[in-house]
Design a protein around this ligand. Structure first.
Ligand code: ATP
Ligand code: MG
Length: 399
């Protein structure tokens, strides 16, 4: 494709299952998200309509813009288009120009009359333009497997010519699905879970449980770097860092080692729920995957989940590790995730964690100390950092 030929980008939403006001919200939100994703490209202008969103390139090189657009959720597909007048002679000569610049051998025409008042029916538009091309070039028609498929959409105000559909990220525009709090560990799974949920339109705030001096401050840099990659999907991500040391020490002091992970995760859920309420998040999300480790058997999940009635979303619950890794590589979080680090889970990992912990036993251990006041302290002393895609914000202190 010869990108220089084109002056606009046409963005398609695909089949929306929503109608009326929801459809409008979807499209306007997508328009805002696209503007945000492309804000570094000064000079672009936008026309947000109910059928498509048009981006006027105003002379800018579309190549880097196309790459950015591929990451915006809610876009079904998009095309570089040439916007022009609907006069058939004009369409004939522009199509010939485009095909000459493509420099291929076979083509096919695909015209669509969105303006039903246009005097020539689609079949005749195709025929007239094709015969002009055949007469004036060495191109041949191939209806089954053309080298170039020339699409022309005719609307009341203009015609749009394009030769390629580029697939978008799919899903829903970020934000239409409300907001959830993501438990972000710095491992492989939680960034992938974040991406999958963002693609469903859910915006995220993150919570990270840090247990210095047992855990290294480098973990925080790792989380920041992971969020920087996730900034491609959500431009601004808040990370709430919970000082977890005292609570964790008490867990090990008052409970049997084999129950420590179960109780620790119950505490994480309790704190996440508090933070979710505080920051208006409607659900808790994490990177748990069924059966991956002792705390992620269904029996464990049930006992851990018991502390909250808030929905828990586990986007990677049914994926194999190899599938999760594949996505992690695609979204560029993998290399960051595998940097060596000590997580509060790994440091305190018991030799024989329970795969089927009993709720009675768990409750008995939890009665031994006033964990509520430890939780209060954790919530009170949360430190929040904001990770944004703006390079100039990199060194700002948000605390
Ligand atoms: P990941 O699952 O992200 O690869 P992991 O395998 O080290 O990291 P697990 O022990 O499997 O983490 O924990 C399961 C999930 O619990 C994580 O995906 C994450 O959502 C959450 N989690 C674990 N540790 C922490 C932590 N220190 N802070 C916040 N969330 C955590
Ligand atoms: Mg995991």
């Amino acid at each position: 494709m010869n990108a220089a030929m084109y002056d606009h980008i046409m963005v398609r939403f695909g089949e929306l299952s929503t109608k009326g006001k929801n459809k409008k919200d979807f499209i306007f939100r997508l328009g805002d998200n696209i503007r945000n994703a492309l804000k570094e490209f000064n000079g672009l202008t936008y026309n947000v309509r109910m059928d498509h969103i048009y981006i006027n390139l105003n002379g800018l090189d579309p190549t880097p813009i196309v790459e950015r657009l591929k990451d915006v959720s809610g876009i079904y597909s998009f095309s570089l288009v040439l916007k022009t007048n609907t006069d058939i002679e004009n369409l004939k000569s522009l199509t010939l120009d485009i095909l000459n610049k493509e420099n291929k051998k076979t083509f096919k025409m695909r015209a669509k009359r969105a303006d039903k008042l246009y005097p020539i029916i689609s079949d005749d538009i195709n025929r007239q333009i094709a015969s002009h091309v055949l007469k004036n070039s060495s191109y041949k028609v191939d209806v089954h497997n053309p080298d170039v498929l020339v699409s022309i959409t005719i609307r009341e105000d203009a015609a749009y010519i394009f030769t390629e559909d580029i697939m978008g990220a799919g899903g829903y525009p970020l934000g239409v699905g409300g907001k959830a709090i993501m438990m972000m560990s710095g491992g492989i799974d939680s960034p992938v879970a974040s991406y999958l949920l963002m693609k469903r339109g859910v915006a995220l705030e993150c919570v990270h449980f840090a247990a210095p001096p047992y855990t290294n401050a480098a973990v925080i840099d790792k989380i920041k770097d992971l969020c920087k990659e996730l900034n491609r999907y959500q431009a601004k991500i808040k990370v709430h860092i919970v000082p977890f040391t005292k609570l964790q020490e008490n867990i090990y002091k008052y409970s049997n080692e084999s129950y420590a992970i179960t109780i620790m995760r119950r505490m994480m859920y309790r704190i996440s729920e508090r933070l979710a309420d505080k920051y208006k998040c409607l659900a808790i999300a994490n990177g748990e995957s069924v059966g991956q480790v002792a705390s992620q058997t269904l029996a464990s999940m049930k006992v851990i989940n018991d502390v909250t009635t808030m929905p828990i979303i586990r986007p990677v619950a049914i994926f194999d590790k190899t599938e999760i890794i594949k996505i992690a590589k695609k979204i560029k979080t993998y290399d960051i995730s595998i940097r060596p680090y000590e997580d509060c889970c790994t440091i305190f990992a018991p030799k024989n964690p329970k795969t089927a912990p009993g709720l009675e036993e768990v409750l008995a251990f939890e009665k031994k100390w006033d964990f509520e006041s430890d939780i209060e302290e954790c919530v009170k002393n949360v430190e929040t950092i904001v990770v944004t895609s703006d390079l100039e914000d990199k060194d700002k202190n948000y605390l």
